[in-house]
Ligand binder design. Structure first.
Ligand SMILES: [Zn+2]
Length: 734
């Protein structure tokens, strides 16, 4: 939830050539239109992507890459792969696993090199030109994918191999690869008749425009929805530096002397936790939920069309609805399994939220009585403000007390790396001799338990204005024995950069994020598979968050915390009483946080379980949402959904397609907490446990279907109990 892979789905699509997930291919017309002028420039032989990098681990030669290198490399890369695919599709030899499937795995190397670097930098170090290239290339890359997936000669070869798969004497991983290719092609429409394929391309084309328009509307609506405050004195509760930011924001809009509160993506706005003036809190909240409804940035009409098109596309591909289509290829398998999990957790989360609301209402009533003013009923815009008061009274510490014990470098070496060393025997050596794209980025060479070189790990931890928000992991080079590649992975965070010479002192949330993202990094670095398509983090989203969420647990493990939580000046360990309060506070407000997430996930599911005829008209979009929440029994006014549909980017925008997939974080977390409990029952932070997990999960990528990987590892299906316990939630007694 907190740590989104912004780059993940984009890269999975583009970087592995014929990669796995066709989520929502934005198909161009099959015949490419006349090339615009920019395409005319051929790739020069000294283009930095023209040859594999000669740097260790094929790290991209950042010092040589200019923005002007991308466009020609993309064009040449797509052309080269199209030519490779044509040779495979029209090979006079009868189809074999090697001349078809393995050949496809080997194709597209140039495109892979340019894509992986480019899509990393669009999120972490972009500029105007990179954004322009991205807009220009997205439909071309989608059309490139479609051209391959809808190539009848190529699919005929894959289909004939698939039909004979039991007679091909393939090893397990090769068999899985063949099945993945077949599945990916079928899911992208390869088995449809030509007229249906044309319809599919049309639908994809429409979706591509609609999702792009949705995202742009949200951006605009959020900007225009920012709340203007006449004077700084109304901002009681904010810190001087926050007020400074609000004044700067006003200045940037030509509103000197006033203040502007910008809106974040979520329904609830972080400033609501601090603002004392109730009327202002209400204004900000109402501005937040008004986004995308009516006016020039209306998204309700787009939603109505999108859900209808997705439903029709699912029918075309042989599924009852979009959710069934998406989930068939995820660990969850089907909508029923997702609904069951979400409602089971809701059974614990909603009652907890009501208890939390009770505690808040008590404070409100007490204060009203003390000040002889009329009381009021808790509203959504009050929750954060009063829960913050409850938190302080219950746990009695503030961030300033804690930060000196969480110094970034110590957390990294004595926490994150330490845990990986204990579990997997890995060691880390910083390299200062390799090029990076920003001086902030640090490079570590990672050595395996036997001392052999394993991977490069790039740590890009600081915020800057050309980097997307949030935290994520990505691959620069994906491990593959077939191609002789060792992994190069990166972790991105947005920790505010301290002034030169000052230490970076973290919050516990930031510490947790470092462990989380490093869990993804381990999944990439410990990958030990033959084929790139099945490598490392190329797994369904509802499994991808499993290694990361499990790795988070070490941030709270007593033996690990004791190792890294030391005062940056004195080296003294964190006082046990303070540490205890910090850890206990992690379970605070979980009724609210879990419920708002569940509501959003159920809205997502409701939209994508309808047939084409059930899509409501634009003016009933909000009713549809409200009805769904009531239907699922999760409508509770003080806890609004984390996102309302008109600004729910995860499921309606092109940037990050989690449609019918917002549940994935919770699904993964069930696996992660179950694993956590299992590890504790078996000795905790030990090499034996690490090696066990590595052999069965972390090294395996998607060489088997994730559900099976998990089952083989633990001998039973996942249990939701440990997740509830981790969040401090309990199911009501039956
Ligand atoms: Zn993650």
């Amino acid at each position: 939830m907190r740590h989104l892979h912004l780059a993940f789905s984009t890269l999975a699509l583009a970087a592995t050539g014929l990669a796995a997930a066709i989520v929502a291919p934005a198909a161009d017309a099959p015949a490419a239109p006349a090339a615009p002028a920019a395409d005319a420039a051929p790739m020069s032989p000294d283009n930095p992507f023209a040859q594999p990098s000669s740097l260790p681990y094929q790290l991209p030669p950042f010092e040589r890459i200019r923005d002007s290198d991308y466009r020609p490399a993309f064009i040449a890369g797509m052309a080269a792969q199209r030519a490779e695919v044509a040779v495979i599709a029209h090979d006079p030899q009868p189809p074999s696993f090697d001349n078809t499937i393995v050949a496809l795995e080997r194709s597209g190397r140039l495109l892979d090199r340019v894509s992986s670097t480019f899509f990393n930098l669009t999120t972490s170090n972009s500029d105007e030109e990179i954004l322009r290239i991205q807009t220009e290339m997205a439909p071309k890359l989608a059309a490139h994918q479609d051209a391959t997936h809808l190539d009848p000669a190529l699919f005929a070869r894959i289909e004939s191999l698939y039909a004979r798969r039991s007679q091909l004497h393939l090893d397990a991983e090769s068999l899985q690869l063949l099945e993945r290719y077949y599945t990916d092609f079928v899911r992208a429409g390869a088995r449809l008749a030509p007229a249906e394929q044309q319809r599919l391309r049309d639908l994809n084309q429409q979706l591509s425009s609609l999702t792009a328009a949705f995202g742009q509307n949200v951006l605009k609506a959020s900007r225009e929805g920012a709340v203007v405050v006449r004077q700084a004195s109304q901002l009681q509760g904010l810190s001087p530096s926050q007020i400074g930011v609000a004044a700067d924001a006003a200045h940037a809009r030509g509103l000197d002397g006033k203040c502007v509160i910008a809106l974040q993506n979520t329904t609830t706005q972080p400033v609501l936790a601090q603002l004392k003036t109730r009327r202002l809190r209400e204004r900000i909240y109402r501005a937040s939920i008004a986004r995308g409804i009516g006016g020039a940035t209306d998204n309700t009409a787009l939603i109505a069309r999108m859900v209808k098109i997705r439903a029709e596309r699912a029918r075309l591909l042989g599924y009852p609805n979009h959710a069934a289509y998406v989930l068939a290829d995820e660990t969850a398998g089907n909508p029923q399994a997702v609904r069951d999990l979400l409602l089971q957790v809701a059974g614990a989360a909603l009652p907890a939220a009501r208890r939390e609301a009770g505690a808040i209402q008590q404070i409100i009533d007490r204060e009203a009585a003390a000040s002889h003013r009329p009381g009021f009923t808790l509203q959504p815009w009050d929750w954060q403000y009063y829960s913050e008061r409850v938190r302080k009274s219950k746990y009695d510490f503030d961030a300033a007390q804690v930060r000196p014990y969480f110094e970034l470098d110590r957390v990294l070496r004595d926490g994150v790396f330490f845990a990986a060393q204990q579990l997997f025997g890995l060691t880390f050596k910083e390299r200062h001799d390799l090029p990076v794209y920003r001086s902030d980025v640090r490079v570590f060479e990672v050595f395996d338990r036997d001392g052999a070189p394993l991977a490069l790990f790039l740590a890009d931890y600081f915020a800057r204005d050309n980097k997307q928000g949030g935290a994520w992991m990505n691959n620069y080079v994906t491990q593959s024995k077939l191609l002789g590649l060792k992994p190069v992975v990166v972790n991105n965070l947005n920790i505010p950069k301290p002034p030169a010479g000052a230490p970076a002192l973290l919050t516990f949330d930031e510490v947790t994020a470092m462990f989380h993202e490093f869990g993804h990094a381990l999944h990439g670095m410990l990958s030990d598979v033959q084929y790139p398509l099945l490598s490392g983090t190329n797994v369904p989203p509802d499994f991808a968050e499993y290694p990361s969420q499990y790795n988070e647990m070490w941030a709270r493990e007593p033996v690990v915390v004791a190792h890294f939580a030391r005062h940056y000046q004195t080296g003294a360990p964190m006082p046990p009483a303070l540490l205890e309060r910090v850890l206990a506070a992690q379970k605070f407000d979980q009724g609210y946080l879990t419920s708002e997430y569940l509501e959003a996930a159920l809205i997502d599911l409701a939209w994508h379980e309808i047939g084409p005829a059930q899509a409501p008209p634009a003016d009933q979009v909000m009713d549809f949402e409200a009805t769904a929440l009531r239907h699922f029994g999760v409508a509770y006014a003080p806890v609004p959904p984390r996102y309302h549909s008109p600004y729910f980017l995860h499921i309606f925008s092109d940037a990050d397609d989690y449609s019918a997939g917002y549940y994935a974080y919770l699904w993964s977390e069930v696996l992660a907490r179950d694993t956590g409990q299992w590890l504790h029952a078996h000795g905790g932070l030990t090499r034996a446990n690490g090696d066990y997990l590595r052999a069965r999960i972390l090294s395996r990528g998607r060489t088997e279907e994730p559900r099976q990987l998990f089952q083989d590892c633990y001998g039973s299906p996942p249990d939701v109990g440990p997740l509830l316990e981790y969040r401090g939630l309990t199911l009501p007694a039956k």
